[in-house]
Design a protein around this ligand. Structure first.
Ligand SMILES: Cc1ncc(COP(=O)(O)O)c(C=O)c1O
Length: 418
């Protein structure tokens, strides 16, 4: 039956009580039960992000340029701090957006319009050549802009295969993509090789660092083996990185950057033929929460470089222990060599989806990969607190599946969905 608007209203306390009750059936993410969607470095950092967000709860970042100088200042500073982090040249430019998907869509549109201008082909649509592991946000962008995404199989180490990608390039190719890291396997594509390929073929390389961008630089600073993935690599034209993932800032907040002002110029939407006058924005959306800007600025100020290094050290130490725990279980192996927050693992002798089913009965919401079949988790500190319980349940689930009669799992790998 369709819900209807209540005829008379109710007191706020009643409503909030009822809403809190709704949460009973939600996944218990604070105890690490969710395989994705949530990121937390500590409850205190989350609380700061929330307080800063609420301080700017009512302001509209659409009006930052004209009405809210404080929002504009914070947005400019967040972008500038991030440009340094990604070793961008002095003339590079960047923008905040409301999420990874918006950053990807804007990067694709900017690349398309820049390429149209550069090639003198105003109607050029063309294609994007990418490893099969890139995020579907690129396909969303392609659908909106009538582009084609050519997904190319990854190499045996699950990273992009530059030679296979080169073979998919033709004269209508406008963009190459590499991820740092990709969502399915958590591995960083060979960005230096892709940069060299892009330079040689005169193409735009986008680095999708949405899921690792705000962790990888600090992981490097603490001595982890993270290959160059940012503007230090010649040939990288644009880069996306989500604040609301491993930046540990409140949602919605992402960033997208361009190597040159000529590229960045095409990012802007600037419409002059409107009765209300000029309408210029740097986001796909119009109205957007200033809270996302304020939250990111506050978390940056609070953590600073040293704070982010501490977060990276704690998180990666936990993930090392988690990977060691998986590898210590006979029959299980980690997919590829993921260096950051995403880990997928597979089983040699049983259908791992059946293991995921048994884990779901213990309250661990399954995250799955279908090629290869694996259990997938994108982790932050709530997962650390429950690692031992997770590994114990995993051993038990495996034992159950190994002794049970053969059967097929009914689980299907999905990330989004309704
Ligand atoms: C590599 C990568 N790019 C882009 C996105 C899209 O980000 P969002 O969900 O914020 O739109 C994700 C999301 O997980 C991702 O993993």
């Amino acid at each position: 039956m369709r819900a209807t608007l209540p005829r008379t209203g109710r007191p706020p306390a009643d409503i909030l009580d009822e809403m809190r009750g709704f949460k009973r059936d939600d996944v218990d993410w604070k105890r690490g039960r969710s395989p994705a969607f949530m990121f937390e470095a500590s409850a205190a950092i989350t609380a700061l992000g929330r307080d800063a967000f609420l301080e700017y709860f009512s302001e509209n970042a659409l009006g930052a340029g004209r009405a809210f100088a404080s929002v504009k200042r914070m947005e400019t500073e967040v972008v500038e701090m991030a440009l340094s982090l990604f070793q961008a040249p002095a003339e590079a430019a960047g923008f905040m957006t409301t999420g990874g998907t918006e950053s990807l869509i804007q990067a694709v549109q900017t690349c398309r319009d820049y390429t149209r201008a550069a090639r003198g082909e105003p109607r050029l649509a063309g294609n994007i050549v990418a490893p099969e592991s890139v995020h579907p946000g690129f396909d969303k962008a392609a659908r909106l802009m009538d582009l084609e995404v050519r997904r190319v199989p990854v190499a045996a180490d699950f990273r992009a295969d530059p030679r296979a990608m080169e073979a998919a390039i033709d004269d209508r190719t406008i963009m190459l993509i590499g991820s740092a890291p990709c969502y399915p396997f958590g591995v960083i594509d060979p960005i230096a090789e892709l940069g060299a390929l892009a330079t040689r073929r005169g193409l735009w390389l986008h680095v999708d660092a949405c899921v690792g961008g705000y962790l990888a630089p600090f992981a490097r600073m603490i001595g982890r083996d993270i290959p160059a993935f940012d503007f230090s690599v010649p040939g990288v034209a644009s880069l996306s990185a989500d604040l609301h993932k491993y930046g540990f800032c409140p949602k919605p907040a992402s960033t997208v950057f361009y190597r040159t002002p000529e590229m960045a110029r095409h990012h802007w939407f600037d419409f002059k033929d409107w009765p209300s006058g000029r309408f210029a924005t740097t986001t796909l959306v119009g109205t957007r929460p200033a809270g996302g800007v304020a939250g990111a600025w506050a978390v940056f100020q609070h953590l600073g470089v040293e704070g982010y290094k501490r977060v990276a050290a704690d998180l990666l130490a936990f993930i090392d222990a988690y990977k060691a725990g998986i590898r210590a279980i006979p029959g299980l192996s980690v997919v590829g060599e993921p260096p950051l927050g995403i880990v997928a693992y597979t089983a040699a002798d049983v259908d791992i989806f059946r293991v995921a089913e048994a884990m779901a009965k213990q309250g661990w919401l399954p995250g799955l990969l279908r090629r290869p079949k694996a259990i997938h988790r994108m982790m932050s500190m709530p997962h650390a607190a429950t690692m031992d319980a997770y590994l114990a349940d995993l051993r038990a689930a495996l034992a159950t599946v190994r002794t049970a009669a053969d059967g097929a799992s009914t689980l299907r790998a999905e990330y989004g969905g309704r």
